[in-house]
Design a protein around this ligand. Structure first.
Ligand code: NAI
Length: 409
């Protein structure tokens, strides 16, 4: 692929991606930006992709191996969400297409929900609310109703979200302790625990903010719950597999725990037509939410800015920082040089073959960056001064070439 001037680059944004993405592309000189409110599938998607260079989707557009193999123009995909399962990532990489997402733009939204839930659980609001709704029962009592102030919040996973929760909780006057497998620099007065057991035995509220890994699968089962303080609450807005739901339901029914707020489930309905199956349904001291911890307007706007910036940076300068399927190269600007992006199958001799071509062209290399991942190699070469007539035909005969782009200063 030869580099195009920005007015020839077509950007297609689907699924009602937030308007701030469109504004960001326009501000950076990309005029051909089409925003559609819905997902596209099958033939409709294939037809559109024929003339699309940059594609933006959310979770409903499936970008399969088949779709990727029928598009020659597509150079990058942005998932305007956290998950990237809707794209065949390996196929995208093998077609030289980096895929970007926005893993941290909804951090604050999750943290706020967790604090709100902590208050609701400590006051027994789920069951009081339910009693009024169901038959008007007036549970007016201060029994087992507490302030957050002075209580201990135990955060499991002190990462982006865990740290924000900690800060908000401290503002409520809570004591914050955390457990993480990595050693972390504490913010505020938060204190680390040496073990998960220590955290469980000291916390009035335990909130989980770990990723889904083999180690976090069933991290909280009957054994861990039994170590929690009698009357403590559990919040999970991380991943559904972290908590054994049947064990949690038993502990709530036995009144060992006084409440739980669960936003994520081991099996989640795929859409509105499917119902949630869970042992927690009907247990009134639980707050159940449909995986909306990060779903706010602000998060959508942040996601739109974050992902469009990554796409623009890749298109303008070749940087692939934050790509989920692709070698990550973070590149400086190239004000006085010409930049050549070469994506190839990762095998021995590629750099040599590429540099032989530069040598034959008499081009003086001023900088070169190489990364490899998942069978794909990505070399970015800056050459001094503009080499007239340089285009992808100079590189396409190098065996193993997937894609080439020539950028201009
Ligand atoms: P992060 O990667 O910034 O932090 C995760 C932390 O957990 C890291 O500090 C890591 O060292 C720690 N950790 C990993 N394995 C651990 C283990 N076995 N024991 C203790 N600590 C462990 O991730 P971030 O952004 O804070 O997200 C946390 C979770 O929240 C993720 O599972 C993510 O999928 C989920 N999430 C849920 C949303 C929702 O809508 N409910 C929205 C956004 C994220």
């Amino acid at each position: 692929m030869h580099s195009l001037s920005k007015d020839k680059i077509n950007v297609l944004l689907l699924e009602g991606v937030h308007q701030s993405a469109v504004e960001n592309f326009h501000a950076q000189g990309y005029k051909n930006v089409e925003l559609l409110p819905t997902a596209l599938q099958g033939e409709a998607l294939l037809e559109k992709l024929k003339n699309t260079h940059i594609l933006g989707i959310r979770s409903r557009t499936q970008v399969s191996q088949e779709a990727l193999s029928q598009t020659s123009k597509l150079m990058a995909i942005g998932c305007f969400c956290i998950g990237t399962n809707q794209v065949d990532l390996n196929a995208a990489a093998s077609h030289g297409i980096p895929v970007f997402n926005a893993p941290f733009s909804n951090t604050r939204s999750v943290a706020e929900l967790v604090i709100g839930e902590a208050i609701m659980l400590m006051r027994g609001i789920p069951q009081k609310n339910m009693a009024l709704h169901l038959d008007g029962t007036w549970l007016k009592t201060a029994e087992r109703s507490y302030e957050l102030r002075g209580k201990t919040l135990g955060i499991v996973g002190y990462g982006h979200i865990g740290m924000q929760v900690a800060q908000l909780a401290e503002n409520f006057g809570m004591n914050v302790i955390y457990y993480d497998i990595e050693s972390k620099l504490s913010m505020g007065n938060a204190r680390p625990c040496a073990t998960l057991d220590e955290l469980l035995t000291r916390s009035n509220i335990v909130t989980l903010h770990v990723p889904e890994t083999p180690e976090t699968q069933n991290m909280i089962t009957q054994k861990e719950i039994s170590q929690m303080l009698p009357g403590a609450c559990l919040i999970n807005a991380s991943r559904g597999t972290v908590v054994n739901i049947d064990d949690l339901a038993s502990a709530l029914e036995a009144k060992h725990l006084s409440g739980a707020a669960i936003d994520v489930f081991p099996q989640e309905p795929k859409g509105k037509d499917e119902k949630l199956t869970s042992a927690l349904r009907g247990i009134t001291q639980t707050l159940l939410t449909p995986h909306i911890g990060g779903s706010t307007k602000e998060a959508q706007a942040n996601i739109a800015v974050e992902v469009s910036e990554k796409l623009i940076k890749y298109s303008d300068n070749g940087s692939t920082t934050g790509a989920v399927n692709f070698p990550e190269v973070n590149l400086p600007p190239h004000p006085n040089s010409q930049r050549i992006l070469h994506i190839h199958q990762n095998k021995p001799g590629m750099l040599n073959a590429l540099n032989t071509v530069f040598g034959q062209l008499g081009a003086n290399i001023s900088g070169q960056y190489l990364q490899t991942k998942n069978g794909v190699g990505y070399v970015v070469t800056d050459i001094e001064s503009q080499q007239k007539g340089l285009n992808n035909s100079h590189f396409k005969n190098i065996e193993g070439t997937i894609k080439t782009r020539v950028l201009y200063a």
